[in-house]
Design a protein around this ligand. Structure first.
Ligand SMILES: Cc1cc2nc3c(=O)[nH]c(=O)nc-3n(C[C@H](O)[C@H](O)[C@H](O)COP(=O)(O)O)c2cc1C
Length: 454
């Protein structure tokens, strides 16, 4: 029997000012004006996307003690943005990244239940454990939780939030005007939750929302993160955006589901990806090169190098050769708050690899950084990109994509106008929304009560 054709899920990542965007392009707009959010959201909805996605940055990243202004310079608050977008969209899902390390379940559950009400069932929560002590200094709880503790807190946080969401069944409010009865059940919302991280009880004050619970996303990549996702998430936002890495990741996390009594389709794998479109393949490749050069200025190249080397390398010429000196191992003092720093877990090995690459290709610092960091995922004509996206999904490297355009806010327009119709023609992407809620768009069954892995 041949495999059924899978439908592709598509989402739009509001990119802001980031290392994937080009703020200096004449067509780039504000990353903070509401009109920019509206533009991207309405384009995504016009193209029948599943949802709009917001990442969360809780502290401005620094380099040599200064804010690094080619990176995310200020992201407005997730709930405020998503609530406002609920009012200017009808069907588009609204997904927000909110960490479980510095918040409390009661306030986060209230916020998501409220967003789910205001949007008529379109809310999603990307549960992340967030970064390091540097990020945590902003918060009253402050400081750093070791990785094991962060995931323990995340599991307990989500379980507590679920108890709050489920504390209302959904049929308590009758508002019977004739008989003067507002509540059928005088006792909704009760919760009582006592675990090592939370000792809370009371009544949850937001009645059951349209989806029951927001759709749950997860975005950590460690063993603990993957297990957390397999036990509890409806979707994963992943960085594994190549065919090979995507397939390996997909098989790995889907393989974990049966341990939790869950089926293959209950967890969607959605890599964050970029795209560059052109009239011809050569045109697209040329554009992609240009965008990479815009994204990695000489100054940016040195900064990216410093993130591996953990040394001030400002005296180096970006068009010159890599430093002979090795990275400083230990606590990172030069670049703070960066995901990429945390990913280079063995900086000396990374430096050796980069030196070998630079030598083999006779690359300058800037050329090497362009080569090794953040290559575009899908580059080609709309037809080529549609074909490639479909190949990823049909061969189980992904269930769909969270697209990060390189321009804010108009970077999705061309994709919506050219690639989406081609996917629709191929019968792998919807032409109209079929359901009302985000859960419907993602093909997820209605909420059933489940346990997070302990
Ligand atoms: C694709 C991806 C996106 C992430 N986005 C965010 C984010 O927007 N905000 C945040 O605080 N952490 C984000 N994280 C970080 C996670 O919160 C987590 O702290 C980090 O990945 C460490 O967990 P891990 O070791 O399981 O990967 C992201 C992680 C991944 C893999």
């Amino acid at each position: 029997m041949s495999k059924p054709v899978k439908q592709i899920h598509l989402a739009a990542h509001f990119p802001g000012v980031n290392n994937t965007t080009v703020w200096s392009d004449p067509a780039a707009g504000s990353h903070i004006d509401f009109s920019s959010f509206v533009h991207l959201a309405q384009t995504a909805e016009r193209a029948k996307f599943d949802f709009l996605f917001l990442a969360e940055g809780l502290r401005l990243r620094e380099q040599n003690g200064e804010i690094y202004d080619l990176d995310v310079v200020g992201r407005p608050d997730t709930f405020t943005v998503l609530a406002a977008l609920a009012a200017v969209t009808d069907r588009l899902g609204l997904a927000g990244t909110i960490n479980s390390t510095f918040n409390e379940p009661y306030e986060v559950a209230r916020q998501f239940a409220s967003l789910d009400h205001l949007s008529a069932g379109r809310a999603a929560w990307n549960v992340v454990t967030s970064w390091d002590a540097f990020t945590g200094e902003n918060f009253r709880r402050g400081g750093f939780l070791a990785q094991e503790d962060r995931y323990q807190r995340a599991r307990q946080f989500l379980t507590a939030a679920w108890e709050l969401f489920d504390s209302w069944r959904g049929d308590e409010i009758v508002a019977d005007k004739e008989n003067g009865v507002f509540l059928r059940d005088p006792n909704p919302g009760r919760f009582d939750h006592h675990v090592s991280e939370f000792d809370i009880s009371g009544r949850f004050d937001v009645p059951r929302s349209p989806q029951g619970r927001p759709v749950i996303f997860q975005a950590g990549d460690s063993e603990a993160g993957r297990e957390f996702a397999a036990s509890a998430a409806d979707a994963i936002f992943t960085r594994h955006g190549t065919l090979e890495a995507g397939r390996a990741f997909y098989a790995d996390v889907k393989g974990r589901l049966s341990r939790y009594g869950r089926s293959h389709d209950e967890l969607k794998i959605l890599p964050g990806v970029t795209f560059v479109l052109g009239d011809t393949d050569a045109d697209a490749q040329e554009k992609a090169q240009l965008i990479r050069r815009q994204q990695v200025s000489g100054q940016t190249a040195i900064r990216r190098l410093e993130q591996v080397w953990n040394r001030d390398l400002s005296a180096y010429d970006p068009d010159g050769r890599l430093p002979e000196v090795d990275p400083l191992v230990g606590e990172h003092t030069v670049a703070r708050g960066w995901a990429s720093v945390r990913m280079h877990r063995d900086p000396v090995a990374v430096a050796a690899e980069w030196r070998a690459l630079a030598e083999a290709g006779n690359l300058s610092i800037r050329e090497l950084v362009i080569e090794t960091t953040g290559r575009q995922t899908f580059v080609g004509t709309p037809d080529q990109v549609a074909e490639k996206l479909n190949e990823f999904v049909q061969t189980d490297a992904a269930d769909g994509f969270i697209l990060a355009p390189h321009l804010t806010p108009g970077g999705l327009d061309e994709f919506a106008d050219t690639v989406v119709p081609l996917l629709q023609e191929r019968g792998v992407f919807r032409s109209e929304y079929e359901g009302e809620t985000l859960r419907d768009h993602l093909g997820l069954a209605p909420v059933r009560r489940a346990a997070v892995a302990s």
